[in-house]
Design a protein around this ligand. Structure first.
Ligand code: NAI
Length: 462
């Protein structure tokens, strides 16, 4: 048993970043984690392993489709699935061990086991009860279930199973055209699987700018993905070696069936708060199972905070990290802050999709006058030299003040390009500020500047 200033429950990006910031601010800190390795879903069974597979299969795609055009002649590489999985595991190990190192460096105690909160100020791990002035819950999320769909992680799988398949399926059905479905669907499409995505709505990636949704879907179709839109999945049945999916088309209520070697269920995630003892403590929850917090990330029970996927807001690692740092600052008597208006979102397909701030649809809804600056990567020299001149940058600015309100990018390295717009938005910049900033040539970033120029006197290269 030990006494701490702060005990963080969960070591995902929210929890571990929070613990490190607490320690940096001079607080005696421990972090509870029941997995064998630190890093939570993101490092172990989420962002990091999926990026390893997205990168290796993107390389395969480049070799198969673009190498010859660049004058690189050889037979296309063969996929060694075991080695690809080993590469994925090495990537995970390197990252999780990195967090362990950072914990040691910052003198953070890793309390191994699953934690619960018997009373405010106490955290129980195994048989030991530790005390803490402040407790920060960063327990994350888990895949949400769908009625009629039973996940066995063999033929009917979640993202966890999709990152650990024993072999590449010939046919894969993905339920849900959200981030997980499209990223992992892309991985298996590039590996040669026939991929069919079934989506309840009439557009992919809900909440995104409609123009991006349409162009992105067209791009994925061109890559060979099949979409069944406006279709509500009713049930899945595990057959001997396959699974059958039954869905209803919403337009006419007609029922259809489709079979696949593997069915990936990617219909969202829900907060994970099991076993923490929140009910007995009287911690207020939302009807969607999220822990309710105030502006300082404190729950209704003084000294108990919550951050990340288990509270309201987008389920994104970087949103959790920012909340982790801010909550740490609150515990240290400072004033932590998160600007929820400037949280980028990225889909790591090829091309990538990135967005921040308002969409045209949300601005119309608000009745706010806006203007659109757009630039196609076709006009960007560097993108052409990379054989990646697909997509565009679109910046939305206030019609009167020119202040940047949002941006949407479909294109090469979109996930990196978005950040100069995030910085500009944090500084309350106008599109002209961005347009007047010298951008190195030849870079993909010039496409961002050109989109900003399009909001003024016009882009040069279109
Ligand atoms: P999502 O919410 O992004 O997409 C789920 C999709 O499933 C929606 O389009 C929804 O309309 C559809 N759906 C729901 N019920 C259905 C049904 N019965 N039949 C057919 N379609 C149905 O959820 P996803 O992709 O599972 O991701 C979960 C969370 O993880 C998200 O919050 C996401 O932001 C996060 N995540 C983020 C990543 C990133 O930032 N690159 C990567 C992976 C996950």
């Amino acid at each position: 048993m030990a006494n701490y200033d702060v005990i963080v429950i969960g070591s995902g990006p929210g929890g571990y970043v929070c613990a490190i910031r607490c320690a940096q601010l001079g607080l005696k800190t421990a972090c509870v984690e029941g997995r064998d390795t630190l890093g939570g879903t993101c490092l172990n069974i989420g962002c990091i392993p999926s990026k390893a597979l997205l990168h290796s299969t993107h390389m395969l795609h480049e070799a198969e489709h673009n190498f010859a055009k660049m004058g690189l002649k050889s037979s296309a590489p063969k996929v060694d699935w075991k080695q690809m999985m080993a590469f994925k595991q090495e990537t995970i190990d390197g990252n999780t061990k990195g967090i362990e190192f950072l914990f040691k460096k910052n003198k953070i105690d890793w309390l191994k086991g699953w934690g619960s909160i018997p009373a405010a100020g106490q955290v129980k791990v195994g048989d030991e009860v530790h005390t803490a002035k402040n407790i920060i819950i960063a327990s994350g999320s888990e895949p949400s279930s769908l009625p009629g769909v039973e996940v066995d992680e063999k033929t009917v799988i979640t993202s966890t199973g999709a990152l650990d398949l024993p072999k590449i399926p010939k046919k894969m059905v993905v339920i849900g055209a959200g981030v997980i479905g499209l990223e992992l669907g892309s991985v298996y499409k590039r590996l040669g699987a026939e991929v069919t995505v079934i989506e309840y709505l009439n557009a992919i990636t809900p909440g995104m700018d409609a123009e991006i949704q349409k162009t992105f879907q067209r791009t994925l179709k061109k890559q060979g993905m099949t979409f069944i839109m406006g279709a509500a999945v009713q049930k899945t049945e595990a057959l001997k070696t396959k699974a059958k999916v039954t869905y209803k088309l919403r337009k006419d209520d007609s029922e259809h069936e489709i079979e696949a070697d593997v069915v990936l269920v990617a219909t969202g995630r829900k907060p994970y708060t099991d076993g923490l003892g929140l009910e007995a403590l009287g911690v207020e929850m939302s009807p969607r199972g999220q822990i309710k917090v105030g502006r300082d990330w404190q729950t209704n029970v003084p000294g108990i905070y919550a951050i990340g996927d288990c509270i309201d807001g987008p389920m994104l690692a970087h949103k959790a990290e920012d909340e982790g740092m801010a909550a740490a600052e609150q515990c240290a008597g400072k004033h932590g802050h998160v600007n929820y208006g400037v949280i980028p979102g990225v889909i790591y397909t090829a091309p990538e999709v990135a967005n921040v701030g308002e969409t045209e649809e949300s601005l119309k809804e608000q009745g706010r006058a806006y203007k659109v600056g757009k630039f196609n990567f076709m006009g960007n020299g560097r993108a052409k030299a990379m054989l990646a001149a697909e997509g565009f940058v679109k910046i939305l600015a206030d019609a009167e003040t020119d202040r940047i309100l949002g941006a949407h990018i479909l294109g090469p390295n979109a996930g990196d390009l978005i950040h100069e717009i995030c910085v500009a938005m944090e500084f309350g910049a106008s599109a002209e500020d961005l347009a007047l900033t010298c951008h190195a040539h030849p870079t993909l970033s010039e496409a961002v500047r050109e989109a900003a120029l399009a909001l003024g006197d016009g882009p040069i290269h279109s």
